[in-house]
Design a protein around this ligand. Structure first.
Ligand code: ADP
Ligand code: TYD
Length: 428
C-alpha cells in the first residue's frame, strides 16, 4: 500500500563523535525511548533531558502520540474514544499520521536546529503494538512509519525492558484511567515486549536495551554512559573546553615560564654556589699554601737555626778540640820542655856527676900524686932523715902518725871513683 520511501539526505549536520561513522543528515540528535506502558520512559526522559540541558544542549522532549495539536486529537481518538472502535489498520494509520505531523512540525525542525530530541515512543511502538500486539504485518507497519518519518531514523533507541506484570503494577500506582491499549490483556503486552526485543536485535548498534527493573538513577546512568559516547560536546561544553584548554595552555605556559625561571634561578644559584665553592676552595688552597710556606719557612728557619746551632756547637767543639789540642800541644811542649829540662838537668847532673867524678878523680889523682910525691919525699927523707920524712908528711896534709893512713887512702881512691859513677847513673 505504501511504495518504497525515498530517503532524503539533509544537509550535513554537526560534528559526530563516531570516528569514521556515517555522514549525518542533520545537526541534531534524535533519541527515542521505547518500552511497554509504565516501564519508566517518561521518568528517564525527564532525567536525561535535565542532564543534557545541564551540559548546555538544547533539548526537546516530546512524545507520540501527542507531541502536536493533531497528536493530541489522535491520542484522544486512539486511546480514549470509546464510542468508536478503531480497527488495527486505522489505528496504525492514525499513529502514522500523528508521526508524520510530529516529525514535520516538531522533530525535524528541532534536529535541524541542532537540538537533542528525546521522544517518548516512536516507530518501534507502532511495530510492537500494531504488529506485535494487533497482528499487522511488521513490514507494512515499518513501511508506513518510514513514509511518516520521511526516512529520518533515531540515532539511538533506548529500550526499557520490563516484565509487563511489573509495569502494570507501576501503572496501577499512577493516577488516571488506563487507556484502551493499557487495558489490553496480559498476552498482548507480552507480545509487545517480545516484538520490542526482536526489533532491537535486528540493529543492535542503534539500540540500548536496559533491564528496567532497576532503580531510576541506575537506568539514567546507563543512558548517560551511552549518550556520552554518542553525542558530541555541546557548544557550551566546547566553549568551556576551549576555555579550559586555553586556561590549561596559559597554566602550562605559566608553569613553563615558572620552570624556566626556576631553572634559570637554579642555574644562577648553582653558578653562584659553584663560584662560592671555587672561591672557598681557592681561599682554602691559598691558606694551605700560605700555611705550607709558613711551615716551610719555619722549618727552614728551624733547620737554619739548628744548623747554626750545630755549626756553633761544631765550632765550639772544634774550638774546644783546638783548645784541647793546643792544651795537649802545650802540655806536650811543656812535657817536652820538662823532658828537655829534665834531660838537661840529667845531663847537667851527669855532667856534675862526671865533673864530681872527674874532680874526685882529679882530687884522688892529686892526692895520689901528692901521696906518691909524699912517699917519694918520705922515702927520700927517710933516706936522708926521719925528720925530713915528717916534714914531707906534713906538707902532704898528713900527720906523721897518719903515714900509714896516707898509704891506705892512696889505695882506696878506686872505690870512690866507682861511687861517683853509680850516682851519675841514678841521675840519668
Ligand atoms: N525504575 C523505576 N523503578 C520503579 N518505579 C519506577 C521506575 N521508573 C518509573 N517508575 C514509576 O513507575 C511509574 C511509571 O513510570 P513512567 O515513567 O510514567 O512510565 P512510562 O512513561 O513508561 O509509562 C511511575 O509511577 C514512576 O514513578
Ligand atoms: C506511538 C504509538 C503508541 N501506541 C500506544 C502505546 C501506548 O499504549 C499508547 C500511548 O500511551 P501513553 O500513555 O503515551 O504511553 P505510556 O502508557 O507508555 O505512557 O499508545 C501504539 O499502539 N502505537 C504507536 O505507534
Amino acid at each position: 500500500m505504501v511504495g518504497k520511501l525515498r530517503g532524503r539526505r539533509w544537509r550535513p549536520g554537526g560534528p559526530s563523535r563516531v570516528a569514521g561513522g556515517p555522514e549525518r543528515a542533520y545537526a541534531g540528535w534524535f533519541i527515542a525511548v521505547e518500552g511497554g506502558d509504565g516501564v519508566g520512559k517518561s521518568t528517564q526522559i525527564s532525567a536525561v533531558a535535565a542532564w543534557l540541558r545541564g551540559r548546555g544542549f538544547e533539548v526537546v522532549t516530546t512524545r507520540e502520540p501527542g507531541g502536536t495539536p493533531l497528536g493530541d486529537e489522535v491520542r484522544n481518538l486512539v486511546l480514549h474514544a470509546r464510542e468508536h472502535r478503531l480497527g488495527a489498520r486505522a489505528e496504525a494509520l492514525l499513529f502514522a499520521a500523528d508521526r508524520a505531523d510530529h516529525m514535520e512540525t516538531v522533530v525535524r525542525p528541532a534536529l535541524e536546529r541542532g537540538a537533542v530530541v528525546l521522544t517518548d515512543r516512536h516507530v518501534d511502538s507502532s511495530v510492537a503494538y500494531q504488529s506485535g500486539g494487533r497482528g499487522l504485518a511488521a513490514e507494512d507497519v515499518v513501511a508506513l512509519s518510514a513514509f511518516a518519518t520521511d526516512g529520518v531514523r533515531p540515532d539511538l533507541v533506548v529500550l526499557l525492558d520490563l516484565d509487563p506484570a511489573v509495569a502494570r503494577a507501576r501503572r496501577e500506582e499512577r493516577t488516571g484511567v488506563p487507556d484502551k491499549l493499557e487495558a489490553e490483556a496480559g498476552d498482548f503486552h507480552e507480545r509487545v515486549r517480545a516484538t520490542f526485543l526482536a526489533r532491537s536485535k535486528q540493529d543492535p548498534e542503534r539500540y540500548l536495551v536496559i533491564d528496567a527493573n532497576q532503580g531510576p538513577q541506575i537506568l539514567t546512568g546507563a543512558i548517560q554512559d551511552r549518550l556520552d559516547g554518542l553525542l558530541p560536546l555541546s557548544a557550551e561544553e566546547t566553549e568551556a573546553a576551549a576555555k579550559r584548554a586555553a586556561a590549561l595552555a596559559a597554566a602550562i605556559a605559566r608553569e613553563r615560564e615558572f620552570q624556566q625561571a626556576r631553572v634559570a634561578e637554579e642555574a644562577e644559584a648553582r653558578a653562584t654556589a659553584e663560584a662560592e665553592d671555587r672561591r672557598a676552595r681557592e681561599e682554602e688552597l691559598a691558606e694551605r699554601q700560605a700555611a705550607e710556606q709558613e711551615r716551610l719557612r719555619a722549618a727552614a728557619k728551624e733547620r737554619s737555626e739548628r744548623e747554626a746551632a750545630e755549626q756553633e756547637a761544631r765550632s765550639h767543639a772544634e774550638a774546644e778540640q783546638s783548645e784541647r789540642t793546643e792544651t795537649q800541644r802545650r802540655e806536650a811542649d811543656r812535657r817536652e820542655q820538662e823532658l828537655r829540662i829534665q834531660s838537661r838537668q840529667d845531663a847537667l847532673r851527669r855532667r856534675e856527676a862526671e865533673l864530681a867524678v872527674r874532680q874526685a878523680e882529679a882530687r884522688a889523682k892529686e892526692r895520689a900524686r901528692l901521696a906518691a910525691a909524699a912517699a917519694k919525699a918520705a922515702q927520700e927523707q927517710a933516706r936522708q932523715a926521719p925528720s925530713l920524712t915528717d916534714d914531707l908528711m906534713r906538707l902532704g896534709g898528713l900527720e906523721p902518725e897518719e903515714s900509714g893512713a896516707v898509704e891506705s887512702s892512696v889505695v882506696q881512691t878506686e872505690p870512690e871513683a866507682g861511687g861517683a859513677d853509680a850516682s851519675a847513673g841514678e841521675g840519668a
